[in-house]
Design a protein around this ligand. Structure first.
Ligand code: FES
Length: 272
């Protein structure tokens, strides 16, 4: 009976360097669980964020603005006192202003090294898991269009930093009450605080950030500040996957919180 491990004829230099195994894989554990869970989690976020991005409603409940709609760059944004509301793009044909700004955080996440691994495995089975061959006959990696565009990740990092800065500003504005009086906190303020900490932690844990901070140096000893920063970023970078998921969840929760308050389904409890 064939086991899949019988010796195979060697037909070339490449074959000679690899184990002669015809079975697709020899793993006996539930290797499919991680890619299946990843695909389910990412799909849930895509469905939710698509609904919210196109809804064009219930994204502002003073003093909170949804992170999906901030900064608001169209004329058709709801008025937000002191909020990041700059009508750079006119009426934007009445389309949802979220579509203007989500390009940047979405591009940052889509081209992220971790998310690439996650969706290549979860959706394209390329490969589905370690030591499990992919079903595709050819492989060109990220050397051709469209996947060569993944290499612009560093530029999305540059765009993600100011967006995170604006979300920080929104979090500061959240220390007001619904009459815009300062020095107050609601449950929403806490939700925003947790979200912005996770957004910054994810942003600074980026591999491109690590390279920007500590790359291309010959002697760390001559750059003590960059060495120190590189060490901090490296510690965050080791948790990049966890931060990617935690910040994805927190940004969706922050948006959902604003939706609940703005739609009248929930009253923001005041802490003080
Ligand atoms: S590598 Fe994941 S955000 Fe840059």
């Amino acid at each position: 009976m064939a086991t899949g491990t019988e010796p195979q004829p060697r037909t070339g230099v490449h074959d000679a360097s690899r184990a002669a195994i015809t079975a697709r894989h020899l793993r006996t554990d539930r290797w499919w669980l991680a890619p299946a869970a990843t695909a389910a989690g990412l799909l849930a976020f895509v469905v939710y964020s698509t609904w919210r991005a196109f809804a064009n409603a219930d994204y502002y409940a003073a003093p909170y603005v949804s992170p999906f709609y901030s900064p608001c760059l169209a004329e058709n944004c709801v008025p937000m006192k002191d909020g990041p509301n700059w009508a750079i793009f006119g009426s934007w044909w009445g389309l949802s202003p979220a579509l203007l700004i989500l390009i940047f955080p979405l591009g940052f996440r889509l081209t992220c090294y971790y998310y690439r691994k996650a969706y290549y495995r979860g959706f394209w089975a390329s490969p589905p898991a370690c030591a499990v061959a992919e079903p595709h006959k050819t492989y060109s990696g990220e050397t051709r269009f469209p996947l060569i565009l993944q290499n612009i990740h560093r530029y999305f990092f540059y765009a993600a930093v100011p967006v995170a800065g604006i979300l920080t500003y929104d979090t500061v504005l959240a220390f007001r009450d619904e009459t815009y009086a300062w020095g107050h906190m609601g449950l929403g303020t806490l939700v925003f605080l947790v979200n912005i900490v996770l957004i910054w932690a994810y942003t600074f844990s980026c591999h491109s950030c690590r390279h920007i901070v500590g790359g291309k140096l010959k002697h760390f000893s001559r750059h003590p500040v960059r060495y120190r920063l590189w060490g901090w970023v490296g510690k965050l970078n080791a948790r990049h996957m966890q931060l990617a998921w935690a910040s994805l969840l927190s940004v969706a929760l922050a948006d959902f919180y604003v939706y609940l308050v703005a739609s009248g389904a929930f009253d923001d409890p005041r802490l003080f």
